[in-house]
Ligand binder design. Structure first.
Ligand SMILES: C[C@H](N)C(=O)N[C@@H](CCC(=O)O)C(=O)O
Ligand SMILES: [Mg+2]
Length: 362
């Protein structure tokens, strides 16, 4: 089962409502979808969204990295030599984690198709369904309340509230949502690097004084500010999760050895794929640190890959895998199925993806 051709194409998917964080606003999701062909006619699917403000990767840079640098090193390799293929992807160039992730996902898809194994079983097959939160984008408090109530109505029991623009307004946003949804819905916050360290401590302590029942807070300060992240972690009672500060296994080693965070958000697009993400989970597990499987604003291809790893990995007990459920259409046939607040893992081999509507070579 040798790799013969690698193609890239782009898909656009409308969102139910604009996705707004402290870092960016997106009105239509776009995903670079890659197909890795083999000499026996199989296709491995992979994908990567452009998140220039987080990974530095655009669709053009992902496509160029794959076509010009990575693909030439993979053509002709046998999919059974998985470790060699993944090592070549990882060593091919510095950074470019989204391009690496797209290829790594497709290689895992092909390997599991070859052995008739659903991807979540490859990773341990612990669970067949996993629960996710749903993200409430940054808006005025009234709009966020409306979106939060709609999410609860759809069966979500955990909401990830985006904050990080203006600390005083952020507190009003969280107060309004908590007041509207009541005490039984879990609320976690994501500041997407929006606060300064001391401002974060003041804001989080205020949220604690108001007894708003916040489960944890993601990435309060700038990604590069590890001392600031540790300062916040050390000075509040609420658990702090590293997101943009935690890309590679090495980043995670730095964070954990300094005790700079309480929790980790693992994403395929930051780690560079499933293999590195699994290494991060193993590192966290060894240190007794709980992980969340997160995602970028990406289609069901990446979400199915991430959910498969999460479903098989005991240390990943939290999930923020809502991206494809934030979209108003689903061009991907197969893969996970959203059922209320849960994702059901496919039992077909690999990712279980049959086709992607609207895919055009790019
Ligand atoms: C989509 C997911 N719930 C999420 O919020 N992911 C990111 C931001 C992703 C993006 O900007 O595409 C996060 O910061 O956790
Ligand atoms: Mg985040």
């Amino acid at each position: 089962m040798k790799i013969t051709k690698i193609e890239a194409g782009k898909i656009s998917i409308p969102l139910k409502v604009p996705f707004i964080t402290a870092l960016r606003r997106v009105d239509t999701a776009e995903d670079l979808v890659i197909k890795v062909h083999t000499d026996d006619g199989a296709i491995g699917w992979g994908s990567a969204p452009a998140t220039v403000v987080i990974t530095g990767d655009s669709h053009a840079s992902v496509a160029a990295a794959i076509k010009e640098v990575m693909a030439p090193q993979l053509i002709g390799l046998d999919i059974d030599d998985r470790e060699e293929i993944l090592a070549r992807i990882s060593r091919s160039m510095a950074h470019n984690t989204s391009a690496k992730a797209a290829l790594d996902i497709a290689v895992h898809d092909l390997f599991c198709q070859h052995y008739g194994l659903p991807l979540y079983r490859f990773f341990g097959g612990l669970r067949t369904r996993i629960a996710s939160d749903l993200t409430i984008s940054l808006n005025d408090p009234e709009t966020m309340v409306r979106h939060a109530l709609a999410a609860v109505q759809r069966g979500y029991t955990s909401l990830k509230i985006k904050v990080g623009t203006d600390a005083a307004l952020d507190i009003r946003r969280v107060q309004a949502v908590r007041h509207a949804v009541g005490p039984d819905v879990a609320i976690r916050l994501d500041a997407n690097q929006g606060w300064k360290a001391k401002e974060a401590v003041r804001t989080i302590r205020r949220l604690e004084d108001l007894d708003l029942g916040i489960e944890f807070i993601e990435q309060p300060v700038a990604a590069r500010d590890l001392d600031g992240l540790k300062f916040v972690t050390d000075h509040v009672a609420t658990d702090i999760m590293a997101d943009e500060a935690a890309f590679s296994p090495y980043d995670v080693f730095q964070l954990l050895s300094r005790h700079a965070c309480d929790l980790l958000n693992i994403k395929l697009m930051k780690a560079g794929g499933l293999q590195a993400a699994a290494q991060i989970a193993a590192l966290a597990g060894a240190c007794g640190v709980t992980c969340m499987m997160g995602c970028m604003l990406e289609s069901k291809i990446g979400i199915t890959a991430a959910a498969s790893l999460s479903a098989g990995t005991p240390v990943i007990t939290l999930n923020d895998l809502d991206a494809a459920d934030l979209m108003a259409a689903d061009p991907v046939s197969g893969g996970i199925v959203y059922d209320g607040n849960e994702l059901c893992l496919p039992d077909a081999p690999g990712l279980g993806i049959a086709d992607v509507a609207g895919w055009e070579a790019w």
